[in-house]
Design a protein around this ligand. Sequence first.
Ligand code: NIG
Ligand code: ZN
Length: 413
Amino acid sequence: MNILIKNIRQLLQVRDTPVQKVSGREMKNLPVIENAYLYIENNTIADYGKMEDLPETKANEIINAAGKVVMPAWCDSHTHIVYAGNREQEFVDRINGLSYEEIANRGGGILNSAKKLEETPEDDLYRQSAKRLEEVIAMGTGAIEIKSGYGLSTDAELKMLRVIRRLQTNYDIPIKATFLGAHAIPANYRNDRKGYIDLLINEMIPAIAEKGLAEYVDVFCEKGYFTTEETERILEAGKAFGLVPKIHVNQFHAIGGIQTGIKHNALSVDHLEVMRDEDIEALKGSKTMPVALPSCSYFLSIPYTPARKMIDAGLPLALATDYNPGSTPSGNMNFVVATACIKMKITPEEAINAATVNGAYAMGLSDTHGSITRGKEANLIITRDIPGYAFLPYAFGNNHIDTVLIRGKVVTP
Ligand SMILES: N=CN[C@@H](CCC(=O)O)C(=O)O
Ligand SMILES: [Zn+2]
């Protein structure tokens, strides 16, 4: 199937020469073609340019995008969408004054989700997760990472990762699987944290690697969860089995997790709500992508990642949802981009770069996704009629998406 999209008001993120990521001042540059066409051959972007240069094509279908913006689909590099049920009650408890930490200390939080997941049959877990995946695709997500971490036993972690594998098989968007067995110490190991870490290292990681169920290894490096020393042990074990680190750090406390991640060549360090100057310094010149999760800050009323300061210091930045039942029950990348502009004071150009090309980098997908480049997969958003791309974060909370294409196929009604 060949599709011609014509009369595009603005074609965004056009990179003839693909870039791996954009950093610092480069993030202000969002390459745009006004009054453009885009030609898709089979699943990939074959050609694009200005309407006045439109060549003859063999299109089977023509989409008239007059007044609309066309751009690469969002690249959401941090989610936990495989989970069972919800944590509505904790939401109400927080409104009534309990903190996220207090709820976790009472056996709520991650352990609450682990209990629900254990009780949920695998097919049911798959159905719940597939529904979330379809919802986020309809909101413009065209590449996604999904973590385990609500299992906290070998069987339940494998169950989560098998669900991710089924999603990979049944859906056309790239899905990257991350093993997050080190999300919390489960209740049955409360008095034996070393025992749980040994289980992660000696049983879970080898089993997962043997079945090829994950590409990345993650740890929640945070006070009350895993120390930097424990994080190092787990990352080393994962690396020995070919898993690449991608870790949760600096959500509530800065305990040196960023330095640990960089030392182990983490592909990304995610959350970063609490950043010291030395953490920003450590990231300079590294290959590790800092990832901000503004919907989490919004939902938990915790600080926002100091994105402005980080970009001004020359760092790259990616934006992701963190979609999960506890800290961010939302997978809407449009809201993430708007919130980053509004609360973190980054420009629409910076936010769109962070949510496309840099998000792709944080999933190892820079060569195939995240920009309008010949040969890349045609995972695209076509907006409704809007005055220009800055309208997307400006008119926040409204749905501006008309059509989503995945591998050149229209997936929205
Ligand atoms: N911070 C750690 N993990 C998730 C939240 C987990 C939960 O509350 O279920 C996060 O990224 O925000
Ligand atoms: Zn997370």
